[in-house]
Design a protein around this ligand. Structure first.
Ligand SMILES: [Ca+2]
Ligand SMILES: [Ca+2]
Ligand SMILES: [Cu+2]
Length: 322
């Protein structure tokens, strides 16, 4: 593990700086499911038809993220969790495997400033994104830091999950992380070239649409008009056409893919050089707002180092159809 990479990202609602971290001890993560591991397809998983699928968009908003152009691909059918992996599901994995999550190994994670527990004392912020505070002892169990187990709810998405944690969980259930193409295809819900899982209608501070994002002025004032200042239960709001919940908003979701951008622009190439080994996350989170992080669109993308964790980072699992 390279300390300088942890939590690095340059999406504005992600912790973006090269935050210093303690040296990892190189143990504990990367548990893999034993050969012949049981296949535990989540009861809520839904079948997604294969065939023609779209990835990306020609209506680029953040072109330097590699959102476009739209590409046409063919996919095999697959199963995908109707929700991101919940705390209850992740707890079962921890109990069964003894997996030590990466935030626990590092003994800290990033928490949004207004959620930091009073007893946490002074915390370090991220330069340029001071709303992200480095909180000792924050992890999937104590999402706002030590003593905050009361805000842990079994039906909410598991958070502070690194790509390495997510991959280990997926192997344990006999699944895997989705590719970007699979993730977008599932998010589109059969609607085709749409911006959001419900279509093209834009959510804003007054318009209620089925997603959990930020309302108000970021990062000072979240009016939480959608009912949730932090995570919402994983199955909140109306599902999309495939019966899938919260693909956009709520928590960022890891994919299996490396973060790549097809671009010849010098500034994009230079940025990518600082993101070697980063993984692709999709969907945005409860912290996204159009004014500064318009990444709750299906085609939006973010690159994050695989050992990074934060209070809005989760994942969902896909299973091959056998
Ligand atoms: Ca919200
Ligand atoms: Ca999501
Ligand atoms: Cu965002």
């Amino acid at each position: 593990m390279i300390a300088a990479m942890r939590n690095a990202s340059d999406s504005c609602c992600q912790p973006p700086a090269e935050a210093p971290g303690p040296a990892g001890d190189g143990t504990g993560h990367g548990e893999v499911a034993p050969v012949g591991a049981a296949r535990r397809v989540a009861a809520h998983a839904v079948h997604i038809p294969g065939g023609r699928a779209l990835v990306g968009t020609d209506r680029r908003e953040l072109a330097d993220d590699g959102e476009g152009p739209v590409r046409r691909v063919r996919l095999a059918p697959f199963m995908i969790g109707a929700t991101s992996v919940t705390n209850a599901e992740f707890a079962a994995f921890i109990e069964a495997t003894g997996h030590v999550s990466e935030a626990e190994q590092w003994e800290w994670s990033f928490v949004f400033w207004s959620d930091v527990h009073r007893d946490a004392g002074p915390t370090d912020g991220v330069v340029g994104s001071e709303w992200w505070r480095r909180v000792d002892g924050a992890n999937w169990r104590e999402i706002h830091g030590p003593g905050t187990a009361g805000v842990w709810h079994p039906d909410h998405p598991a958070v502070h999950i690194s790509w390495n944690d997510a991959t280990a969980y997926a192997a344990w259930v006999g699944g895997r992380l989705p590719t970007e193409a699979e993730w977008e295809h599932a998010a589109r819900g059969g609607l085709g070239d749409v911006r959001f899982p419900w279509g093209d209608e834009e959510p804003d501070d007054e318009t209620f649409l089925p997603c959990n994002i930020w309302q108000g002025r970021f990062p000072q004032n979240n009016t939480a008009r959608d009912g949730h200042a932090g995570t919402a239960p994983a199955a909140s709001f109306a599902p999309n056409g495939y019966g899938i919940y919260n693909m956009v908003g709520n928590v960022w979701e890891w994919t299996a893919d490396d973060f790549r951008i097809r671009s010849l622009k010098k500034r994009v190439k230079e940025r990518l050089r600082t993101m070697q080994g980063y993984k692709l996350a999709k969907g945005g989170s409860f912290l996204c707002h159009r004014s500064y992080c318009y990444r709750y669109r299906i085609a939006a993308r973010s690159g994050i180092s695989p050992d990074s964790t934060a209070a809005h980072q989760g994942f969902r699992v896909v299973w091959d159809v056998v």
